[in-house]
Ligand binder design. Structure first.
Ligand code: MN3
Length: 201
């Protein structure tokens, strides 16, 4: 079974009033994400050791192996983007109670969480991702990864929020202003209902 591009869980214009325009989602989902899926399927077709494996298995199998870097980059990006679409919502921005309490307990409050997330995403040199994860110690943690890497590969924990800080994610809407994209994403777009469901799940 070839890997497939999942449909967006909202229309491409659904986030336009929130600071992510239709063209951004069209290019990002239909072109960028599709390209990772197509490339990954190409690698799987040529490599018997990848055949029959789940996406998670391929991410873990290829992580840290120099010869498999192209496989890892594309499998990682497929996995990351599947999450990213779920981590945004037209009704995003509001933090439900149980998640807010956990953020207060583990990260010192919502403002500190957002500052840490902005710092992680803003300081990721070049392309990459900012994450809110639930660590194996049961505590929330804000982290970042370069390029196509992710907490599944690094073993840093269960992802509650994934934010793409590659330029293709924000350049049409915010130009070079990545900190503004991150602030807007956290305040208006982030799907904290999803994060809370993952926290409880
Ligand atoms: Mn992307």
């Amino acid at each position: 079974m070839a890997f497939e591009l999942p449909p967006l869980p909202y229309s491409k214009s659904a986030l336009a009033s929130k600071g992510m325009c239709e063209e951004t989602l069209e290019l990002h989902h239909d072109k960028h994400h599709q390209a990772y899926v197509t490339a990954l399927n190409g690698f799987v077709e040529k490599d018997p050791q990848l055949q029959g494996k789940s996406l998670e298995e391929i991410v873990k199998l290829s992580h840290g192996k120099e010869a498999m870097a192209p496989v890892f980059n594309n499998a990682g990006q497929h996995w990351n983007h599947i999450l990213f679409w779920k981590c945004m919502s037209p009704s995003g921005g509001g933090i439900p109670g149980a998640l807010e309490k956990k953020i207060n307990d583990d990260l010192g409050g919502v403002q500190k969480f957002k500052d840490a997330f902005k710092a992680a995403g803003g300081s990721q040199f070049g392309s990459g991702w900012a994450w809110l994860v639930l660590g194996s110690d049961g505590k929330l943690k804000v982290t970042k990864t370069p390029n196509g890497s992710n907490p599944l590969a690094t073993g840093e924990g269960k992802v509650l929020l994934a934010c793409d800080v590659w330029e293709h994610s924000y350049y049409l809407d915010f130009r070079n202003r990545r900190p503004d994209y991150l602030q807007n994403w956290l305040d208006k777009i982030a799907n904290y209902e999803f994060a809370e469901a993952e926290l409880k799940g």
